[in-house]
Write a protein that binds this ligand. Structure first.
Ligand SMILES: Cc1cc2nc3c(=O)[nH]c(=O)nc-3n(C[C@H](O)[C@H](O)[C@H](O)COP(=O)(O)OP(=O)(O)OC[C@H]3O[C@@H](n4cnc5c(N)ncnc54)[C@H](O)[C@@H]3O)c2cc1C
Length: 420
């Protein structure tokens, strides 16, 4: 067993991971499985050990605010057993690149030969007076979800502000809990940035059929308070929506403060290269906070489970000096009602769209093609198709569009015969 990683004259004995959730925990795990035997400090400002966020808008709410299944990424003994120094409920307040140290809000200073910033992001707050009322929910953490679950009572009137992924998932969960749901969304359909106009319209129709009253092309201008709680949401045209609780899903703000203070290069997040390295060679970043090279060229910041897990692992390898080339197409899923929606690559209305299955049946796979190149895919209740679609996109596969459109040709055959 190695004692530390020796890279020529440089010995890495201390690694500090700031941000103890998906990307940070996967990085810690990967460091140990790669044989790194030095110190690992995993620092998280939340009081809970790393856990799964996806259930927070789904199962966790359906179960009335109780975690179920494999909610935590590791059992509580895993950290000590793997000599991961897990510091919870404490914020890292500064990094000193010259001294190679991380300072905690408690005043303690930790040595760090390498630093990973896996600080994710915070839910963007609704910038209106009253938004801090206890019945206005922003959903990012276990604490947020616990508060929201308590307000999703049968018959409660819930107003959702923003029908992006989180808003649409909470709308579906609230209907499942017997709430009356009204959604306000400035765009013309839910999840329009992720799904595009056509499939956004399909999803909007699905929510309508499930009893969601959605007001598209509208925005929120104010909140009416009564007894310290919001009792109505005021829209741009003056309409007032009476409510028992409000759920705000208007995106996240990447947590770049430490990187900014340390003078690291920022874009739409902390800028990293394909080795997950920031503008300082001893500091890396991964997950929702990282502005990284896009598979299709340019740059992107992803807010997906898969990216956080895989980039966290890639950053671990890179910190140990292993060869890393992390540049993957995006993939994510969303569960709403009985729909499982998955997206990979780029959903671009300008591209040729080839359908398998029918939108009307709520079970289909849409492939997006640039010439004969598969650049993206969207599935609804066809996860097996997504398995193949992901590989077609990752391989930059060239296909015969006519065969892709032919439902009698199995997708696996197309994958086998595709040229990349
Ligand atoms: C409700 C919800 C549902 C989701 N559902 C899906 C889904 O269905 N499919 C999908 O693909 N993705 C989903 N996601 C997205 C996915 O969970 C995220 O992409 C993933 O959690 C990002 O992981 P991360 O480690 O990069 O960041 P985070 O999970 O945000 O973790 C960052 C951690 O760093 C901590 N931190 C920040 N600054 C400091 C500091 N200075 N000191 C110490 N700690 C700090 C934060 O408190 C936080 O705990 C969902 C997200 C949410 C919120």
């Amino acid at each position: 067993m190695e004692c530390s990683i020796n890279r020529g004259p440089e010995v890495i004995n201390n690694i500090a991971i700031i941000g103890a959730n998906m990307a940070g925990a996967r990085a810690a795990e990967s460091l140990r499985s790669a044989g790194y035997d030095g110190d690992i400090h995993l620092i998280g400002e939340e009081p809970w050990r790393p856990y799964e966020r996806p259930p927070l808008s789904k199962e966790f709410l359906w179960e009335g605010g109780v975690p179920s299944g494999n909610f935590y990424l590791h059992d509580e003994h895993w950290y000590a057993a793997n000599r991961v120094d897990l510091r919870l409920g404490v914020r890292a307040s500064a990094i000193d690149l010259r001294a190679g140290t991380v300072t905690l809000a408690s005043g303690e200073t930790l040595q760090a030969d390498r630093i990973l910033l896996s600080t994710g992001g915070a839910a963007r707050r609704l910038p209106l007076p009253g938004a801090e009322a206890t019945n206005v929910h922003h959903l990012r953490t276990l604490g947020d979800a616990t508060g929201l679950a308590a307000d999703l009572r049968p018959g409660a009137q819930i107003v959702i502000v923003g029908m992006g992924v989180i808003g649409a998932e909470v709308a579906a969960s609230a209907r499942r809990m017997g709430c009356s749901v009204t959604a306000v969304e400035p765009f013309a359909a839910p999840m329009i940035r992720a799904l595009g106009d056509r499939f956004g319209a399909w999803l909007g129709d699905y929510h309508r059929k499930q009893g969601v009253r959605a007001l598209y092309g509208r925005s929120v201008k104010g909140l009416r308070l009564s007894g310290g709680r919001v009792c109505a949401v005021i829209l741009d045209d003056g309409e007032e929506l009476a409510c028992d609780a409000v759920v705000v899903g208007i995106g996240i703000v990447p947590a770049v403060e430490l990187a900014k203070d340390a003078g690291l290069m920022l874009g739409n997040g902390i800028m990293v290269d394909a080795q997950c390295r920031t503008s300082n060679p001893a500091v890396f970043a991964a997950g929702d906070v990282a502005d990284q090279p896009d598979f299709f060229g340019g740059r992107v910041r992803m807010e997906t489970y898969q990216n956080a897990a895989e980039q966290g692992a890639a950053a671990a390898a890179a910190m140990l000096g292993q060869p890393v080339e992390y540049c993957r197409p995006c993939w994510f899923w969303s569960d709403q009602y009985d729909l499982n929606i998955q997206v990979t690559g780029r959903i671009d209305a300008q591209k040729q769209v080839i359908m398998r299955g029918r939108v009307e049946d709520d079970a289909f796979c849409a492939f997006f093609l640039s010439g004969d190149l598969v650049t993206g895919a969207l599935t609804a209740n066809r996860s097996a198709d997504m398995g193949v679609a992901k590989r077609l996109v990752e391989r930059r596969a060239r296909v015969e569009p006519a065969r892709l459109a032919d439902p009698d040709v199995p997708l696996r055959e197309i994958l086998k015969q595709s040229a990349s």
